[in-house]
Design a protein around this ligand. Structure first.
Ligand code: DAT
Ligand code: MG
Length: 137
């Protein structure tokens, strides 16, 4: 099987809290390789494409507003089984119950907002990874 790529985002909360370095360090210590990395202030159009699967959900508008609140760091990451591996490093969606040891479990919390701010995004399948990498790079 060829080596995989995935899209990782350090979301605006991660960048604003100065956690980009900590998150990159965890990714590097795990052994994955950075292929490309950039600071991006995405347009609404780009975010609508990225989060198309969530359109109509109660957290959709708050999610887009949050993602437009500041820059994100977009990362093209590579390694065997990196899609699954980064999702494991990130932890589950809700930072309150995400396992300690994960990025979301160690560094995230609930802020009482309409959308969970959980520091990172990682593609959830090969199809999503291909689609999302073409949106951000
Ligand atoms: P993930 O980022 O773990 O793949 P997702 O794709 O289901 O999660 O949702 C995208 C983002 O939307 C997620 O990172 C945080 C937010 N979110 C998801 N479900 C939510 C909910 N029930 N309430 C508030 N925010 C939510
Ligand atoms: Mg998702």
């Amino acid at each position: 099987m060829p080596t995989e790529e995935t899209l990782v985002l350090v979301k605006p909360d991660g960048v604003a809290r100065g956690l980009t370095g900590e998150i990159l360090a965890r990714i590097e210590r795990k052994g994955y390789s950075l292929v490309d990395l950039r600071l991006v202030e995405p347009s609404r159009e780009r975010l609508e494409k990225h989060y198309a699967e969530h359109e109509g959900k109660p957290f959709y508008e708050p999610l887009l507003e949050f993602m437009m609140s500041g820059p994100s760091v977009a990362i093209r990451l590579t390694g065997d089984r990196v899609i699954e591996g980064f999702r494991s490093l990130a932890g589950t969606t809700d930072p309150t119950s995400a396992a300690p040891g994960t990025i979301r479990g160690d560094l995230g919390r609930d802020w009482g907002l309409k959308v969970q701010q959980n520091l990172v995004h990682g593609s959830d399948s090969q199809e999503s990874a291909e689609r999302e990498l073409s949106i951000w790079f």
